[in-house]
Design a protein around this ligand. Sequence first.
Ligand SMILES: Nc1ncnc2c1ncn2[C@@H]1O[C@H](COP(=O)(O)OP(=O)(O)OP(=O)(O)O)[C@@H](O)[C@H]1O
Ligand SMILES: [Mg+2]
Length: 296
Amino acid sequence: MPSPADIPAPVSAAARAPVRVIAVASGKGGVGKTSVAVNLAMALVHAGQRTLLLDTDLGLANVDVMLGLSPRFTLADVLAGRCELQDTLLEGPCGLWVVPAASGKRHMTELTPREHVGLVHAFCQLDLPIDTMVVDNAAGIADSVLTFCQAAQDVIVVVCDEPASVTDAYALIKVLSRERGVTRFQVLANQVHNHAEGRQLFDKLERVSARFLDVTLHYLGAIPRDEWLRRAVQRQEAVVEAFPGCPSALAFREIARRARQWQSPLGPRGHVEFFMERLVGQGGNAEQDPLRSAVA
Ligand SMILES: Nc1ncnc2c1ncn2[C@@H]1O[C@H](COP(=O)(O)OP(=O)(O)OP(=O)(O)O)[C@@H](O)[C@H]1O
Ligand SMILES: [Mg+2]
């Protein structure tokens, strides 16, 4: 099977502006990763950011379903060598770009680590002027999830008020820090009943992480449990688009405002990274990346 790792980067890519990449992950399934990724991406678009939303969940893809889009090609086709990444691009509401995955296809966990890294590097061939990319991850702590989080500049860990959610979020943070050198995390509480609940969830995670891990957790905020969000899902629209005045939409706009204030990428960090070519010349050297050399 042709691997995206084999696709060379066009030289012109290095000249383009850096892209901020935000990965959304959780460990536990069903806590709201896709809802967060879709609405954060849409809120960033509303704020004037040219944004690409990447669905990496090949097992249960649903970014396209949530946005009512009909993909012709998906990430599964790219991995099978049937098309190039560029061919999967869909234009969503208000100019949001989407790279969809495909449900029920080969799961990311069936791909090799080399193919995950290859997929990350395939983004350098995308000829798309964007400021931000939001990456929706599958549940769990599989190698693919770790690679996509490591390859992003910021990782949002979504938690909700269930014991398994906090334990699984901790497990994700632990493997990302110990195995992939990711030490900074943004924690987002979802489906909370009030602000205090969100803060308590963060405090719980922060206490145990401070005790056993060398990481920094930031509290990004909380999204309320909101019936309007469910209605938006049924209408196959982002809630920030369908019901912009509802509580969850207001919270997503605030999260997007905070995310826009995060420091821009300064240069390559010396490991697998999305849009690395666009970072070269910003203060680093891509040739130093051993993983890249391994797959080149
Ligand atoms: N803040 C919220 N208020 C109300 N319902 C919510 C909220 N966040 C998520 N949901 C609902 O919870 C369900 C799961 O959400 P979502 O698909 O975003 O989770 P996920 O973490 O992406 O799941 P998976 O692990 O399967 O990918 C959806 O039906 C969604 O509508
Ligand atoms: Mg999901």
